[in-house]
Each structure stands twice: as structure tokens, then as C-alpha cells.
Design a protein around this ligand. Structure first.
Ligand code: M6R
Length: 619
């Protein structure tokens, strides 16, 4: 949801900014721009469209000199994608430039006031208003005898005190050509620490090729950065707490490598990422799971009498898998809440309700708000999160990291299987604290341990799945049907297909079809039916037959060894046999590959699907 980057050092800034923006492009790709200072000259370049279509070409044709600059890749909120609405935005004087990730909610009122004072605006954005506001405060400090760099930081601090909303910003000014000022509230921002150079970015991906040392800024922090030092002040009451952290992944982990798309790379990483999610967390002696960071005693976990799982998108589907697992293994009542609803709903919670926020990025605005709401109401709030040092990871009372490495494809894949793995372990722990027998605990552990190898065998069917995808790629509607543990996978399969191929797809409980949606079945509407050889097999088979009886094509996701299904479905993709509750971990992978190949066949840009951004840091 917009990516920002800043560089100050001894090297030419523009290529570093461009490279950083490319690594942040998953956050938004409606337009991109940079502002580079050369001496006291402000050089601005901004273009509508993806980085390589606009900004990169422009910088190649006319390179920019200068060793300090800021850049931005945009996911439009205020004003459509256009050159004018692209960031950076200048203040009234033209000497100050600002990039911004977030939403300034009271921008209209501020804009009116500034217009009355003679300001003119070129864009429809809230960010330009913020740039003018900072510029206005800076002008008012002019009588002050302090240096321009001090005044710039002061102007940012005082302007932000007027602002309602969320922001991660970077500001440069020609009067102070050696500094960048950054600030955050609700949108992520990190400082990358180099030798005679420093970086500012929305996330570590943008800087990891240059430095492994970072500072995760907190909300209300305002950082002033030169090539040799950085100082952090706080807009809040507290003094800023600064901690230098080491990035836990290598620069190569954020590269596409031999794969044509990040999404495909991340699908193929799943045997390894599931292994990482399991590593060190299995206690075979006690047939249970163990976690380092829950920050809850076994007695406290034993007391939990309700669990709320809150999340958005794919993480919400993982939460739904978690609901089935926790209820099955631990018999604890579970509510799965869309974070955007939970944050405003006055859902009655039990005294010992545990709230678990599930999120890949750890920055999703709604999920963060849900977590804060749970804490405000005095509940323990844990996070299941991938990005180390993210806001949700830091604000939770405790949690479980996925250790899946950076997920760059906008369509979430490996995060889902890691979330499901971790939720299975957590449900196992909660079950073993209650009445789940040792024997069942060991069966679950063995099934989980077999998971990575089984995922490898599913991935070997890639070419076959591609052929099936090509056969159905022109369909305009799809159904995904599943029952019990298969139902959340059906929802996830439908989401994957619609977000990257733009085909309308619906996920449904297989038996619910007959209550209305079946009216939509016709020979051009394929249904992907999740039909493992489990306790629901016969019932799911009747649901499948009902679709076939209306001439609807069926792609079955079935268990290896089920030869008869080939007669009842038009196409079959097999997954290895496993326990019923472990089925989602395996079954989602063919659906990810199906969506990927359908999207490729339709000529879609799978890593940058239209209208989307990876990390949704606005409401
Ligand atoms: O980072 P999060 O897991 O909190 O993100 C939640 C959703 O925005 C995300 O899963 C989204 O739905 C993906 N595009 C799905 O592929």
C-alpha cells in the first residue's frame, strides 16, 4: 500500500532509489517517482504506471545526479493514477518534497485553510496537502535562528501534530541538502544503517541488498537522518526507543531467482517453508507442540475458554482452517472474525477469551486495529505473523513467527501454508492441554512431518496442472466447493483465481450449492470440487454429481488411490493421503498452481494484479 524509500550517502542516489522502489513495487504500482537533491537543486521525476514502464525509462534517458533523495511507488487512494497525483509532492515554495504512505483524514480542512492563505494545489492527493502543511510550518520557523536542518525536523513535528490519519513519510528540503526527515504513524518505516550512508524504507526488502542492520521505527517516531548519523524524536509523550536489529534473511531470499514470477517461486518454496514453520516446535515425547514466544503459561492457556481468530483475506481463510482444527483438537469455541468488522463490532467476549491476529505482513491496518481493540478490552492478544519486527508482531502480547521468508507475490501462497502449519501446531498444543489423547497427538505430528515431502510430490504435477488450467482458462465463472476442512480451502482457491486472473470465482460449502448458487451451473462454469477420501466422501460425491447432472464441468481434487473419481470428474488432480485435518495444507497447493497457470494463460501480470497491493495499510 505505497512504498517509500530514502537514501543519503556518498553514492549516486537515483539508481539506489530505483532499485529500492523495484523491491517495494509489490506495495503498489499505479505510479512511481523520485526527488533527488543536487546541491540545492530539487530534481523531481514522477510517472504514471509501473516502474519499468515510466520512471525507469525516464531516469535512463536523463539520469539524475545527487547523493540524497526520496522515492515512492503508489497505490492510489486520493485521486486516480496520473503523473500529477504521483509522489513526491512539493510544498508551496517548491523547495520541499514529500513522499507518503497512508491516508490524511483531515486533509480537506487543512487544504481549505491553506488555500485561503494563498496556497495552490496541483494534484487531488492528501499528500500534497501534507507537503504544503509542512512547508507552511517551516516558513513560520524562518525567524528562528536555528539551522535549516533543525527547523525542518521541527516543521515536520509541528505539522504532524495537526494531522489526523496514518502516515509513513520522508521529507527533503533544498535548504538542508544533507538530511532526510522521516516519520511514521500507522504505516511502517525502517531505517537501514550503512557505512557512510543511511536508508529509509517501508520495509527491509528495499535495503537488504545494502545493509542487514535496521531500526524498526515505532508509531510517532520522527527520524532525522544524514549519511553519518540518525536521531529519533517522538511525537508521543515518551522518548523514542531505538533498537538496532539484524535482518534475518539474505538479499537472495528477496530475489525471483530462476522463476518467472515471485508467486511461482513462493509456491515452490512451500516444502521448505512448512519445514521452517515446524522446526523446533514438535515435542514428540509429550505428543504436543511447543513455542518460544507465546508469553503465556500453560495454566493461562488452559484457562482460555474462547478463541477469536481475526484476520483479512488469505490470512482469514487460514483462520477458518484454524477454527476447524481448534474445535476438533481442543473443543474450544472459536470465532473467526474479519478484522475490519471485529474492530467496530461490540462482540461479547468471555472473560478468558484469547484473541489471535493472523497476518503475513504484520502491517494490515484492519488486523492491527482488531489486535488493539482486543488489548484495549483487556484480552490477551497473540499474533501469528511472518514479518519480523512488523507493527503487529511488536504490539502483540506474544506470538508465533512463520519463518517463511519474504513473501513478495501479491497473491499470498507460502504464508497460507505456514499459517495453517502453525495453527495446526497451536491447536495440537491446546488439545493436549485438554483431552486430546497421546495417540491422536502422535498421528497429527506424523502427518505434519510428512507434509513437506507430500508437498514436493504435489509440485511435481505442475505441468499436468498447467494443462488443466489451459483447458479452462477462458471460463468466465468458477466454483470452488469443499466440505468441513476442505471448505476454507475452497474459499482460498476462489480468492487466488479471482485476484490474479480476474475470473469471477465463488467458494462455497459443497452442500450449500443446492440452496441457490446451483442456478449458475452450466457447461461453461467449471467447479473445482475438493473431495478427499475422508469421512465426508460419499456426501461430497453426491454434491459433485448434482453439478455434473447440470452439465457443469468438474475438476476434482482427490486422494491418490481413488481411481473411480476419474469417471465422475472431467479432470482430477491427486494429493497424497493424509489425516482429514491436514488436508488443507496439501489441497491448497494445486489450487494455487491452477490459479497461477490460468492467469498466465490469460496474459495477466500475476505478481502485480490490477487494483491490488500486497500490504493494506489503510482502512
Ligand atoms: O498481510 P496480511 O496477511 O495481513 O494480508 C491480508 C490480506 O490483505 C492478504 O491475504 C490478501 O488477501 C492477499 N492478496 C491474498 O492473496
Amino acid at each position: 500500500m505505497c512504498g517509500i524509500v530514502g537514501y543519503v550517502g556518498r553514492q549516486t542516489a537515483a539508481p539506489i532509489l530505483l532499485e529500492g522502489l523495484r523491491r517495494l513495487e509489490y506495495r503498489g504500482y499505479d505510479s512511481a517517482g523520485v526527488a533527488v537533491l543536487s546541491g540545492s537543486e530539487m530534481q523531481l521525476r514522477k510517472k504514471k504506471g509501473k516502474i519499468d514502464e515510466g520512471l525507469a525509462k525516464s531516469l535512463q534517458a536523463q539520469p539524475l545526479a545527487g547523493q540524497l533523495g526520496i522515492g515512492h511507488t503508489r497505490w492510489a487512494t486520493h485521486g486516480p493514477p496520473s503523473d500529477e497525483n504521483s509522489h513526491p509532492h512539493l510544498d508551496q515554495s517548491g523547495r520541499m518534497a514529500v513522499v507518503h504512505n497512508g491516508v490524511i483524514e483531515n486533509f480537506d480542512r487543512i487544504k481549505e485553510r491553506l488555500m485561503e492563505a494563498g496556497h495552490t494545489f496541483r494534484s487531488a492527493t492528501d499528500t500534497e496537502v501534507l507537503a504544503h502543511l509542512i512547508g507552511d510550518h517551516y516558513e513560520k520557523l524562518k525567524g528562528d535562528q536555528s539551522e535549516a536542518s533543525v527547523r525542518l525536523t521541527q516543521a515536520v513535528l509541528s505539522a504532524l501534530r495537526e494531522v489526523i490519519g496514518t502516515y509513513g513519510i520522508a521529507v527533503v528540503c533544498t535548504d538542508a541538502p544533507g538530511i532526510i526527515v522521516g516519520a511514521r504513524r500507522g504505516s511502517p518505516l525502517i531505517v537501514g544503517l550503512g557505512q557512510n550512508e543511511n536508508f529509509l524504507a517501508s520495509d527491509v526488502n528495499a535495503v537488504v541488498a545494502h545493509t542487514q542492520q535496521v531500526v524498526y521505527l515505532n508509531d510517532y517516531d520522527v527520524v532525522t537522518m544524514t549519511a553519518d548519523r540518525f536521531d529519533v524524536a517522538s511525537l508521543g509523550a515518551d522518548t523514542a526507543k531505538v533498537q538496532i536489529s539484524q535482518v534475518e534473511f539474505s538479499p537472495e531470499a528477496a530475489e525471483r531467482g530462476k522463476f518467472p514470477h515471485f508467486m511461482l517461486k513462493e509456491i515452490f518454496e512451500q516444502p521448505a517453508t512448512v519445514r521452517n514453520a515446524l522446526r523446533g516446535r514438535i515435542d514428540s515425547d509429550e505428543a504436543t507442540a511447543k513455542f518460544g514466544g507465546l508469553n503465556m503459561s500453560m495454566a493461562e492457556l488452559r484457562e482460555v475458554d474462547q478463541i477469536v481468530l481475526t484476520a483479512c483475506g488469505t490470512s482469514w481463510h487460514a483462520a477458518l482452517v484454524g477454527e476447524y482444527l481448534l474445535e476438533d483438537f481442543a473443543h474450544i469455541p472459536v470465532e473467526v472474525e474479519y478484522a475490519s468488522e471485529f474492530r467496530y463490532r461490540h462482540a461479547p467476549l468471555e472473560k478468558h477469551t484469547l484473541v489471535v491476529a493472523i497476518t503475513q505482513s504484520g502491517e494490515t491496518a484492519d488486523t492491527l486495529a482488531g489486535l488493539r481493540e482486543a488489548k484495549r478490552r483487556g484480552h490477551k492478544a497473540l499474533a501469528i505473523c511472518n514479518v519480523v519486527g512488523s507493527t503487529i508482531a511488536r504490539e502483540a502480547d506474544g506470538g508465533i513467527y512463520l519463518h517463511a521468508g519474504p513473501e513478495i507475490g501479491v497473491a499470498s501462497t507460502k504464508a497460507f501454508t505456514s499459517q495453517v502449519t502453525v495453527l495446526t501446531l497451536f491447536a495440537l498444543l491446546m488439545g493436549r492441554l485438554r483431552m486430546l489423547p497421546v495417540r491422536r497427538g502422535m498421528e497429527i505430528i506424523r502427518a505434519l512431518e510428512a507434509g513437506p515431502g507430500q508437498l514436493e510430490s504435489i509440485l511435481q504435477q505442475n505441468e499436468r496442472i498447467k494443462r488443466i488450467a489451459q483447458k479452462y482458462a477462458r471460463a468466465q465463472n468458477f466454483f470452488f466447493l469443499g466440505r468441513q476442512h476442505g471448505f476454507p480451502v475452497a474459499l482460498e482457491g476462489a480468492l487466488k483465481l479471482k485476484e490474479i486472473s480476474y475470473i469471477h470465482a465463488e467458494g462455497y460449502p459443497a452442500a450449500e450449492m443446492k440452496h441457490g448458487p446451483i442456478a449458475l451451473i452450466d457447461p461453461n462454469t467449471p467447479s473445482v470440487v475438493l473431495i478427499p477420501s475422508d469421512s465426508m466422501y460419499e456426501k461430497t460425491l453426491s454434491n459433485l454429481e448434482v453439478v455434473r447432472a447440470r452439465n457443469g464441468p468438474v475438476i476434482a481434487i482427490a486422494t491418490e488411490g481413488n481411481a473411480t473419481i476419474a469417471k465422475q470428474a472431467d479432470d482430477v488432480i491427486y494429493v497424497p493421503p493424509t489425516l482429514e485435518p491436514i488436508f488443507p495444507l496439501l489441497a491448497v497447493v494445486p489450487l494455487q498452481l491452477l490459479a497461477y497457470h490460468v492467469a498466465i494463460e490469460r496474459g495477466c501480470d500475476v505478481d502485480k494484479p490490477r487494483n491490488l497491493a500486497k500490504s493494506v495499510t489503510v482502512e
